[in-house]
Design a protein around this ligand. Sequence first.
Ligand code: CMP
Length: 143
Amino acid sequence: MEKTYLMVKPDGVQRGLIGEIVSRFENKGYQLVGAKLMQVSKETAEKHYAEHAERPFFGELVDFITSAPVFAMVWQGEGVIATARQMMGKTNPKEALPGTIRGDFGVTVGKNIIHGSDSPESAEREIAIFFTEEEIAAYSKLI
Ligand code: CMP
């Protein structure tokens, strides 16, 4: 089953949006198979955002994501990687449509509430950074 890595960023956690965000993905029909409230270390943040290492905002990005706890999640379901990105909206909340998470709750690109893997390769890489195999649950096929 396709899986993706989603993370409520420190701004989303501090604003009490974990429940709202989890509800959206549950209501859509996806399954939550991994979740934890955690403090991201500088090392983990740099690994997670390695593709942005040369960007001028890299330092700011690492500082922000390590500033307070995030809510790290793994979700599964058909097409979850691309559909979760649609549900999140564009990276810059100013361009994100109403009805999307960033469109409804975000204002600035640095504090855009949520992160989601952008491809199957990223999903596999990011899930492995934040979760061990033992931390990923399997849903019963009987229910
Ligand atoms: P995310 O999907 O977590 O992936 C990289 C992040 O970099 C992105 O969300 C934004 O929060 C952040 N980002 C992108 N552009 C900028 C920018 N110009 N200034 C600060 N942060 C940015």
